[in-house]
Design a protein around this ligand. Structure first.
Ligand SMILES: *Cc1c(COP(=O)(O)O)cnc(C)c1O
Length: 380
C-alpha cells in the first residue's frame, strides 16, 4: 500500500518534497499587496480589514465578522466575550490543536476534556450529555460542576480537519444546560452542516487564516457572530478598547492589540476570490484519495450524513499504531509529508490534572489517524 500511495502522491503533486498543505496564490494576491504597500496603510488602520470582514460575514452567513491577528486570539476573544472568567470550567474535546486549550487557559478557566465521536473526530454529543447528566447542576440559571463547585461557562467543539461534528445535537445540549456554545471553526472555513456554515451555530465562532489553513492571510483570524452587542464589544476589545476620538487617547478597559493588520486583510481579500475554486479542487482530491484507498481496503475519514466538508486535510485511519508508525516513517523518508494527529490535550503536562472522561474514541484515533498531503496541486 505504501509504495502505491507514494506513486499516487507523486502523480498528484510531482516529484519534489510534498508538504501537507501549502497555500495557493493563483489570483490577485501580488497586485493587491503592491497596492496596499503603495497606499502606506499596511498596519492597524485601512479599509481592506473592513472589506475582508464583510466578505467573510457574507460567505459564512453571519451578521458580523471581526478580524484578528490569528485564530487563537479570535478564540480567546470569543471565550472572553461570552463571559468565561477566572476559575470557570470550559468543556472541549481532548482531540484538538493546542490553541483550543490555550485560549481557555488565557481566560483563567480550566478545560474539561470530553471524548470525540469516532466518525467525526469532533466533540461527541453522547459523551457531552453523559458528562453533564452525571456532573452538572443548574442553580438560579447558572450551571455548576457538582464536584468542583465551579461554573461551567462554555462549550467549545472543534470541526476537526474541516469535518463538521454533530453540531446540532451539541447545540441542543448546550441550550438545555444553559451553557454558551463557542465553535472552534479554525479549520472549517467552507464546511457546512446542512446549508449552514460551521461557526454559526453558537453564540460566537472563531476562524483561522494561518498559512496551513484553507485560505491564508499569513497569520490571521476572525470572530463571527449574529449578536449586535458582542460584535461591537469584539471590535472594541480587539482594538485596545480605545474610545473613538479625533486625537485623544482614552481607553475604557483592559483591551487587546488583536486587530488584523491591513496588509494581512489585503492578502485575505485576494484569497477569498479563489475560495470557491479552492474548495472545488479540494473536493476532487478527496474523491481521488477516497477511490484509491477504497480499492486498497484502507479506511479514510468520510463526512457524516448531511454535512459538506471543506476537505482541508485528508485523513486515513490505519489498523494499528504499528501500521501508523511504519506508514509515517516510510512516507516522510520518501519526501512525502504525512503527520499523526495531535497528542491528546489531557496527556500534555499543562493539562495532565484536567478533568476528562474515558476518552476511548480519542485514544483509539490518537494512535491511528494520519493526515496526508491535501494541497491544491500546482497549476504551473
Ligand atoms: C489553526 C487552529 C487554531 C488557530 O490557530 P492560529 O494559528 O492561531 O491561527 C485554533 N484551533 C484549531 C483547532 C486550529 O487548527
Amino acid at each position: 500500500m505504501k509504495e502505491e500511495f507514494i506513486s499516487l502522491v507523486k502523480e498528484l503533486y510531482g516529484n519534489d518534497f510534498v508538504p501537507l498543505h501549502r497555500p495557493v496564490f493563483e489570483g490577485n494576491e501580488k497586485q493587491y499587496l503592491m497596492e496596499c504597500i503603495d497606499s502606506n496603510f499596511v498596519s492597524s488602520v485601512g479599509e481592506k480589514v473592513t472589506e475582508f470582514e464583510r466578505k467573510i460575514a457574507d460567505f459564512t452567513g453571519s451578521k458580523y465578522a471581526i478580524a484578528t491577528v490569528n485564530g487563537t486570539a479570535a478564540l480567546h476573544m470569543c471565550l472572553h466575550l461570552s463571559g468565561v472568567g477566572r476559575g470557570d470550567e470550559v468543556i472541549t474535546q481532548a482531540l484538538t490543536f493546542i490553541a483550543t486549550g490555550n485560549a481557555i487557559s488565557y481566560c483563567g478557566a480550566s478545560p474539561v476534556f470530553i471524548d470525540v465521536d469516532k466518525d467525526t473526530m469532533g466533540l461527541s454529543p453522547k459523551y457531552l450529555k453523559l458528562f453533564l447528566d452525571m456532573n452538572a447542576e443548574i442553580k438560579n440559571g447558572v450551571t455548576y460542576n457538582k464536584n468542583t463547585g465551579s461554573i461551567i461557562s462554555a462549550c467549545v467543539p472543534m470541526h476537526t480537519f474541516g469535518f463538521p461534528c454533530r453540531i446540532n445535537e451539541i447545540s441542543e445540549i448546550c441550550k438545555k444546560w444553559n451553557i454558551n456554545l463557542i465553535e472552534d471553526a479554525a479549520e472549517s472555513l467552507g464546511s457546512y452542516m446542512g446549508d449552514r456554515h460551521t461557526g454559526t451555530f453558537g453564540l460566537l465562532g472563531a476562524i483561522s487564516f494561518n498559512g496551513n489553513k484553507i485560505i491564508t492571510t499569513g497569520g490571521g483570524g476572525m470572530i463571527i457572530t449574529d449578536d449586535d452587542d458582542l460584535a461591537k464589544r469584539a471590535k472594541h476589545l480587539t482594538t485596545t478598547a480605545k474610545v473613538p476620538h479625533a486625537y485623544e487617547f482614552v481607553h475604557d478597559e483592559i483591551g487587546y492589540n488583536y486587530r488584523m493588520p491591513n496588509v494581512n486583510a489585503t492578502l485575505g481579500c485576494a484569497q477569498l476570490e479563489k475560495l470557491e475554486w479552492i474548495l472545488e479542487q479540494k473536493k476532487k482530491i478527496a474523491h481521488r484519495y477516497a477511490e484509491f484507498f477504497e480499492d486498497l481496503g484502507v479506511k479514510m475519514v468520510k463526512p457524516i450524513e448531511s454535512v459538506s466538508p471543506n476537505n482541508w486535510l485528508n485523513t486515513i485511519l490505519l489498523n494499528t499504531k504499528e501500521d501508523r508508525d511504519e506508514f509515517l516513517r516510510y512516507t516522510n523518508e520518501n519526501g512525502i509529508m504525512t503527520r499523526p494527529v495531535w497528542r491528546l490535550m489531557s496527556n500534555l503536562s499543562m493539562f495532565q490534572d484536567s478533568q476528562c472522561d474515558f476518552l476511548l474514541n480519542s485514544k483509539f484515533l490518537e494512535e491511528r489517524l494520519v493526515n496526508i498531503p491535501s494541497s491544491v496541486p500546482d497549476l504551473n
